[in-house]
Design a protein around this ligand. Structure first.
Ligand code: HEC
Length: 219
């Protein structure tokens, strides 16, 4: 029969063993858990490469879209692929010369025609008719990217095409819907033209900011 001293020694040994076994495990669990929490709520890396200063972060966050990029992609865009994408427009638009308009205006010859001006189409929104100006490549790019942003109040219920390449293809196709398609935009940089060469994003009359890559500005 063991005496109580022996018993406490055994109990002590058992306790010590348990501690040895569970204490490290506890710490490991703790460490795992805190890591798990960190992983669950980690922050995305700061957008430091994107030029840093997105001023409010809010509406300007997906600022990457630039209609000028679509226009630049036009010379290499595929009207054939565009014809495929254009199928989603056919629910509302006819595209043959002289065809009757559907829910949306006939798009034959739309490039270069004034916004909201097709005589036989009665369904234009006030916003579209009041837009002013003609449909340019850049206008089409902006409108088809986000119809409601380019023409707030438009009646065209279409989410938009987000992909720059697809936009370029569709517009390359729309360009072919004409007796004599408009010339494609030049893929060249605007360096040779000293004045007013920036197509957009500049208040009119403001001199373009000094471009680092225009060495021969004045002959
Ligand atoms: C759900 C129907 C619908 C779909 C889909 C649709 N549109 Fe439209 N579209 C309209 C309506 C309606 C208008 C007139 C908008 C207004 O007046 O505000 C319009 C106007 C336009 C205009 C302006 C035409 C003009 O005469 O000023 C263009 C360009 C256009 N759509 C192109 C497209 C293209 C390209 C697609 C496919 C990528 C497309 N739309 C898809 C209904 C549609």
């Amino acid at each position: 029969m063991v005496d109580s001293f022996e018993l406490s020694k055994i109990a002590g040994g058992v306790l010590a063993a348990l501690l040895l076994i569970f204490l490290p495990k506890t710490f490991i669990d703790l460490a795992r858990h805190s890591h798990g929490e960190i992983a669950g709520g980690y922050k995305l890396p700061e957008p430091s490469e994107a030029g840093g200063a997105a001023p409010e972060g809010g509406p300007a966050a997906p600022a990457a879209f630039d209609p000028a990029q679509v226009v630049l992609a036009l010379p290499t865009a595929s009207a054939e692929n565009g014809a495929g994408s254009f199928k989603k427009c056919l629910a509302c638009h006819s595209a043959e010369k002289g065809a009757a308009s559907k829910a949306g205006p006939n798009l034959w010859g739309v490039l270069g025609r004034p916004h909201g001006s097709l005589a036989d189409f009665k369904g234009y929104s006030d916003a579209m008719q009041g837009k002013g100006g003609d449909w340019t490549y850049a206008d089409l790019a902006a409108f088809l990217h986000k119809p409601k942003e380019f023409v707030p109040g438009t009646k065209m219920i279409f989410a938009g095409i987000s992909d720059t390449g697809e936009l370029a293809d569709v517009i390359a196709y729309i360009r072919t819907l004409a007796d004599s398609p408009e010339p494609l935009p030049q893929a060249e940089a605007p360096a040779p033209q000293p004045e007013g060469a920036q197509p957009s994003a500049q208040p009119e009359g403001a001199p373009p900011p000094a471009q680092p890559e225009s060495p021969a500005s004045s002959p």
